[in-house]
Structures are given as C-alpha cells and as structure tokens.
Design a protein around this ligand. Structure first.
Ligand SMILES: [Fe+2]
Ligand SMILES: [Fe+2]
Length: 301
C-alpha cells in the first residue's frame, strides 16, 4: 500500500460532513398549540394543505433518497465526496425525524397526514422495482426539485410573510440544508457515469409514479377537511401556488434545466443565499440557536 493511499484513507476516516459544509444539525422544534389550522399561506386551506402533504411525503421520500445514495457509497474513493455523502445521509435522516414529529402534531389536530405518507410509499415502491442505478437517477431529479423548492422557501416573501413564524422555523432549517447538500446525489451519479438518457427516463418515472399519488393525496386532504367545494378559497389557493407568479410555478420553471446538456446542480447559484441564512438561523443571534442541539459536537468535528 502506498503512502498516498494510506494518507487518503486516513483523510476519508477523518473528514466529516460538517467539515465539507454539510453538517447534520440536530434540532428540537416546538410546535405552538395556538397555531392556526391553516398556518401556511394566508390561512388558505388549499395552499396550506400542500405543505401538510409535503411534510407527509418527506420522511418516506428522504429515506428513499438516503438508501439510493448509500448503495453507491463504497464505490466512492474521493474522501471529500465520501464526507459529503455522510453529511447528506445525516441531514436527510434528521429531516425525516423532525418531519415525523411535525406529522405527529398534525395527527393530534386530526389533519390526515397519513394519506400522503401511504400514497407516496406506493409510488416509491414502484420506483424500487427499477435498478439501484435508476433509483439514484430518480433521487437526483427529486433533489433538483427539492433544491428549488428550498430556494422558494427562503426567498418568497409572499409566502414567508403569511406563514406562522414559529412553524416556519423547521422549514427554514430544512431549506438551508437542502441547498447545502443539493449536489451530493448528483456528484455520486456522475462518478458512476450517469447519462442524459437516464435523466430523461427519471423525469418520466417521477411524472408517472410520483406526481399522481401526491396530487391525489392533496385532493383527499381537501375533501377530509370539507374544503373541496370552497370554490373561492380554492381559486385563491391555486393562484398562490400555481398562478403566473405562484410558489410552485416558480419552482417548476427550473425543472427543464435538469435535462440540459452538461447539467450540474451548482448551476443553481445559492452560495450567497446559504451564507445569509446560516448567519440568520445559526449566527451569533441566530433565530434557531435555542433549537440547535449539537453545535458543540459539530464544532469539535
Ligand atoms: Fe431533506
Ligand atoms: Fe435533500
């Protein structure tokens, strides 16, 4: 064994996610009992239930992401990418844990968060019939979507100003970390030689297997809440999310770039945004310093 090899293995043992800018932050959020039922987006049921659906699908979705990347971990020699993968896995696992807690809060309020969970698991089971390699490609597609969703979470003032500030905390933390690790799954895919044709197939697979269960569960939630016939509010909610300048519309506009020749997640330039939010959430007077449990451990790492 050469000295260079020994040195590289020692580095790979030493580097942690925190050292490569992807620290898995343990958080402990509290959810205020006094929060409005439709705490997101201007007290609008349809728009707020979209976020309940998202929270319902995150834990199973993120477990799928983690598994699809973990399977290729042994094929990575680069110590930095290895550490980024460790950071990615740690961050996604903790997102799932905190969303599980938020989903318990929803359940206690009789908000049917189990339907999106069940529906999305059905979609994920269909993806799991494909090769591990194709599952990783699907993860890169969904991470691309999540990264742009995260950018909206952090920059869309109309959304931020109308949401319950206490409830926003979890989403701000999650969004920042999505941006911090947005390139990891894709970099793993590049190491194993992912192709443009595979990316096109992944888009079709997500549209076919994932989109219908998500939309259907949103409809079920609306029905369970007795809001399906609330035409005025539903029209307003659709405008907030899918209007010309709607929250989801702004995310969807960035989806085609995923299929461009030479695409890389770093095309989405978010460094300044990440710096601003790291300071705002975890800086000297950070908004989330009280909830941040493992700052000292990460600093030691
Ligand atoms: Fe996440
Ligand atoms: Fe992610």
């Amino acid at each position: 064994m050469s000295v260079a090899q020994t040195g590289s293995q020692a580095t790979s043992r030493l580097l942690s996610g925190a050292q490569v800018g992807i620290p898995p932050r343990h958080m402990n959020f509290r959810f205020p009992e006094a929060a409005d039922r439709y705490f997101f987006f201007d007290n609008n049921p349809l728009a707020s239930l979209f976020f309940v659906v998202l929270s319902g699908i995150f834990p199973p979705g993120e477990r799928f992401f983690v598994e699809s990347v973990r399977r290729f971990r042994d094929r990575i020699d680069d110590p930095v990418l290895k550490a980024q993968v460790a950071g990615f896995i740690g961050q996604e696992a903790l997102h799932g844990r905190e969303h599980d807690r938020l989903n318990d809060f929803f359940r206690a309020r009789q908000l049917d968060v189990d339907t999106p969970d069940r529906f999305v698991k059905f979609g994920l089971r269909q993806l799991e019939r494909f090769s591990p390699r194709m599952q990783l490609v699907c993860t890169t597609m969904m991470e691309h979507f999540t990264a742009h969703l995260a950018e909206q979470w952090l920059t869309n003032d109309e959304f931020r100003n109308s949401a319950d500030p206490e409830m926003l905390k979890l989403w701000s933390w999650h969004a920042l970390e999505e941006l911090e690790h947005k390139a990891v799954a894709y970099d793993v895919l590049e190491r194993i030689g992912g192709t443009a044709a595979e990316r096109r197939l992944a888009v079709a697979m997500i549209a076919f297997f994932m989109l219908p269960p998500i939309v259907a569960s949103w409809g079920v939630l609306l029905a369970r809440e007795g809001q399906l016939a609330n035409r005025r509010e539903n029209a307003r909610g659709l405008r907030l999310l899918l209007g010309r300048e709607g929250f989801v519309t702004k995310v969807l506009r960035h989806m085609p770039v995923y299929l461009k020749q030479g695409f890389h997640p770093s095309w989405q330039q978010t460094q300044a945004l990440e710096d601003t939010w790291r300071e705002r959430l975890f800086g000297e007077y950070g908004e989330l310093n009280e909830e941040f449990r493992n700052r000292a451990a990460l600093a030691c790492a």
